[in-house]
Ligand binder design. Structure first.
Ligand code: FES
Ligand SMILES: [Fe+2]
Length: 380
């Protein structure tokens, strides 16, 4: 039996799992550097040479648009290790040139020139290209994996309905209307566990529950949640309402994809995705979507980057107001992160012992933690 399995119930993890430095280092290797991690969207790098950097633990990754593909490389010069790009976003000329001794690399990471050291003179250029990372683009959403061998393709893990519903939105024709990075003094797994149950929704999120169908959300985790690295996700809005917002009304007038062309919204519409154990989720509605990527900083600190998406032609001030667009998720995110900080403080006590989780309300926690324990080699 694993640490979460007890005779008649299951629990979350023992105290040390949320505090220990050694375990945290192992998690970076076995979980975060292995699975698919949500990194960004194609609209962030529309032209050749456009790039953004993305940190996973101590690793900085450069995600760049090349001629025919989006590529990911470690942001580390192969000469003496300089960080190649130190800005969050930018545009590269045809090459990546290290500012220290001007070694230059192609956008695919190949070493093109080591200053005053000809190819083959002392070493073979082919042996000193930038280390590449796996990149998978699903419907315009960019996932990276630092594993030696790539996990199964993202598309193969997302169910047909979530894929079909996402396709209705023309998800490559979105733009980011707003981005917020939150920080929390809490272990990253608390963000995961909180995100895969809605047991807490009625008590923690009164605003969210105005438009969220909390019962259907809980049913989703009970019936449809699978413990895969990536899966489809539905964040259900109450049937009589339009969108997940403070009032339940649309917050962007320029509807996405087919809905902008007049198609009726199906009752059971739900476009979204989730990664786990390293947790990211995206929830899309006919007018907008939000993607959140949670990332580890230390055993007791995490960050969460959130991006709000609207139609690429939507105009701020005319079609949407940023405050209205972000308000509900912003309130909800802050509520969650406060709870996780309190939970981190509580479970740091010697008197914390994991208590029974509800099989009907918190089954997502069992599935997510089983995957985590399996990746850590502790599943039994
Ligand atoms: S460290 Fe990059 S060229 Fe020397
Ligand atoms: Fe929550």
């Amino acid at each position: 039996m694993s640490v979460i399995d007890h005779e008649n119930y299951f629990t979350s993890l023992p105290r040390d799992y949320y505090l220990d430095e050694g375990r945290f280092a192992d998690e970076l290797t076995r979980v975060w550097n292995t699975q698919w991690v949500y990194a960004g969207h194609v609209s962030q790098i529309p032209r050749r040479g456009d790039y953004f950097t993305f940190n996973i633990g101590s690793e900085s990754i450069l995600v760049v648009r090349d001629e025919d593909a989006i590529r990911g490389v470690h942001n580390v010069c192969r000469h003496r290790g300089l960080q190649l790009c130190d800005q969050p976003t930018g545009k590269l000329p045809r090459r990546i040139v290290c500012p220290y001794h001007s070694w230059s690399y192609g956008l695919d990471g190949k070493l093109l020139k080591a200053t005053r050291q000809a190819d083959g003179e002392f070493f073979d250029y082919r042996d000193f290209g930038l280390f590449t990372v796996h990149v998978d683009v699903w419907h315009g959403f960019i996932f990276v994996s630092l594993a030696d061998e790539a996990p199964a393709p993202v598309a193969s893990m997302i169910d047909e309905k979530a894929t079909a519903d996402m396709a209705l939105l023309d998800p490559t024709r979105l733009k980011i209307a707003h981005e917020i990075t939150y920080y929390a003094d809490a272990n990253w797994k608390l963000l995961l566990e909180n995100g895969v149950e809605c047991y807490h929704c009625p008590s923690v999120h009164p605003e969210f529950c105005v438009s969220l169908d909390a019962q259907e959300m809980s049913d989703y985790y009970e019936d449809d949640y699978v413990g895969d690295l990536v899966q489809g996700l539905v964040i259900p809005v109450k049937r009589e309402l339009e969108s997940l917002s403070m009032t339940g009304n649309y917050v962007s007038k320029k509807l996405l994809g087919e809905f902008g062309r007049g198609a009726a919204v199906p009752d059971d519409f739900g476009a979204g995705f989730m990664t786990q154990p390293g947790y990211a989720w995206g929830g899309f509605h006919p007018d907008y979507g939000m993607v959140a990527s949670t990332l580890p900083i230390s055993p007791t600190r995490s960050k969460m980057i959130c991006w709000w998406f609207v139609h690429e032609d939507a105009e701020e001030g005319i079609d949407y107001d940023v405050d209205e667009l972000v308000k509900l998720w912003d309130i909800t995110n802050i509520q969650d992160l406060h709870i996780q900080e309190r939970q981190q403080r509580g479970l740091s006590s010697q008197r914390y012992l994991p208590g029974p989780n509800s099989p009907s309300q918190e089954p997502g926690i069992r599935a997510a933690l089983r995957k985590y324990l399996e990746m850590m080699g502790e599943a039994n």
